[in-house]
Design a protein around this ligand. Structure first.
Ligand code: NAD
Length: 479
């Protein structure tokens, strides 16, 4: 049994509550460790440590801050195998995916923002007889709260820019996947990060998470997770006038036109539907196909999905591992039942996969394709966040746009076409923060990342993140 600790002031701390939560391996369903069920006292300690560290960290010469963040990046890569195994153990994702995507990206987050801090600049405005310049100062102590689907990847996507901008951080990783964040503490200490600059408190959202949000000395909250929790955080933080960045749920459309490069589209659409068991906020869960190629797409897609292997996350031959938890497993299966009740036809999958031996208690779901559902039904309106997609034909550009935009979410959209005019129109009219044309999940970390409507408020990435984690102050000097 492995015990995870809070990381406060550069040291491992048991929770002040003395209470722990089970940490479950979703591949087997077995409890393999325990994690702190932290509360207000732990958060208070973490905030105090962060406040004490702030004067030194915020005043540190940029090159020195850069060097420490680069060492953290190197430390992550040096432990690639250990971290990938830990990520898989916690989340059920394949080790191969954690090794090739999650952990390298966590290292890159630190490397990217280490470099960004050296180049981050503010504006000046000259006028006759005076000059105005803008200071961009770190906020102080900031909070970062992250979800379970890309645990270290998304946690570091918040922490790295916050630290780069000179803030001290109190972070809370998901209670479902705390392992890699725990290992990050050791890496930060080794890299020479001064104690208190980064603190990590483990526990439940409504307890440890809310304590961070409510703390009056936490100046900003960067949150990634469900729309429901985002709304709750906004309700608490808005009257306290905290800066808020909310990256929330999605129900992303894939729009496939007959003039696309078919083979590339097909291969990418298999990934955008089922990578990480469909548990990526950017997965396209509503697939709309121009009617003239609908029959061909349906046949090819379903044939390929049937061939996708669900299996042991440690087996390199597994294309899908387990979904993240029993609760999520039951939620996804309940949506498949709902889809049937709503009149959908399950073309493939539609059921749990029963493994043998050690994996018999794990949470596996066959990749599922459903057709015959209207836009209005709950299956097409609500986020399922699992290996389930719906497919549907359309007849015109107008209809495709109406289908894509007809949900409360607006995170990302994917468009497959070689028609430039159509691309320009869709880029203007799609209600989404991110649009991929003839690709998916092609990420440049300098670009703004985030959603519209119920998918969130604010943008992460590049200068957007550095601006979020700083406060501007305008100074005007007269001659
Ligand atoms: P969740 O909202 O249940 O939890 C996310 C984090 O918030 C966890 O650390 C949790 O403990 C904490 N939390 C929950 N309630 C809280 C509260 N009241 N106060 C403070 N903290 C609280 O989400 P999840 O189930 O972990 O993750 C899945 C969701 O995340 C999906 O909706 C998915 O679309 C979304 N997501 C969005 C993005 C994006 O960039 N937009 C990226 C990944 C995941």
């Amino acid at each position: 049994m492995m015990t995870i600790h809070n990381y406060i002031n550069g040291q491992n701390h048991p929770p002040a509550t003395g209470e722990y939560l089970d940490n479950v391996n979703p591949a087997t369903g077995a409890v393999y460790g325990k994690i702190p069920d932290s509360g207000q006292t732990d958060v208070n300690l973490a905030v105090e440590a962060a406040q004490a560290a702030f004067p030194v960290w915020s005043a540190m010469p940029l090159e020195q801050r850069h060097d420490i963040l680069r060492k953290i990046s190197d430390g992550i890569l040096a432990r690639l195998d250990v971290l990938a195994e830990a990520e898989s153990l916690d989340s059920g994702k394949t080790i191969a995916a954690a090794r090739s995507v999650d952990i390298p990206r966590a290292a890159l987050n630190f490397k990217f923002f280490a470099t960004a801090l050296l180049h981050f600049a503010s504006e000046s405005h000259a006028m006759p007889g005076a000059i105005s310049y803008t200071l961009r100062q770190p906020l102080g102590v900031v909070g970062g709260i992250s979800p379970w689907n890309l645990p270290l990847y998304l946690f570091t996507w918040k922490i790295a820019p916050a630290l780069a901008a000179g803030n001290c951080v109190v972070g809370k990783p998901s209670e479902v996947t705390p392992h890699t964040a725990f290992l990050l503490g050791e890496i930060c200490t080794e890299a020479g990060l001064p104690p208190g600059v980064l603190n990590m408190v483990h526990g439940l959202g409504p307890r440890a998470g809310e304590a961070i949000v409510r703390h009056p000395d936490v100046k900003a909250i960067s949150f990634t997770g469900s729309t429901r929790a985002g709304a709750e955080i906004a309700r608490i933080a808005a009257p306290m006038f905290k800066k808020l960045s909310l990256e929330l749920g999605g129900k992303n459309p894939n729009l496939i036109f007959a003039d696309c490069d078919y083979d590339r589209m097909l291969e990418t659409t298999l990934g955008s539907s089922f990578n990480n068991q469909g548990q990526i906020c950017l997965c396209g869960s509503r697939i709309y196909v121009e009617r003239s190629i609908y029959a061909r797409f349906k046949k090819d897609f379903v044939e390929n999905v049937r061939a996708m292997r669900v299996g042991d996350p440690a087996d390199p031959k597994s294309r899908l591992g387990a979904v993240v938890s029993k609760m999520h497993f039951e939620k996804v299966l309940s949506y498949i039942e709902l889809a049937k009740q709503e009149g959908g036809s399950v073309l493939c999958g539609g059921h749990a996969v029963q493994m043998a031996g050690r994996l018999a208690g794990g949470y596996y779901i066959a990749p599922t394709v459903i057709e015959g559902l209207s836009l209005e039904c709950r299956t097409n309106q609500e986020e399922i966040f699992g290996p389930v997609v719906t497919i549907q034909p359309f007849d015109s550009d107008d209809e495709a746009l109406a289908l894509a935009n007809g949900v409360p979410y607006g995170l990302s959209a994917t468009l497959w076409t070689n028609d430039l005019k159509r691309t320009q129109r869709f880029a203007r009219e799609l209600q989404a923060g991110i649009l991929w044309v003839n690709c998916w999940l092609l990420r440049d970390l300098r670009t703004p990342f985030g959603g519209v409507k119920q998918s969130g408020v604010g943008r992460e990435g590049g200068w957007e993140a550095m601006r979020f984690f700083t406060e501007t102050k305008n100074v005007t000097l007269a001659e």
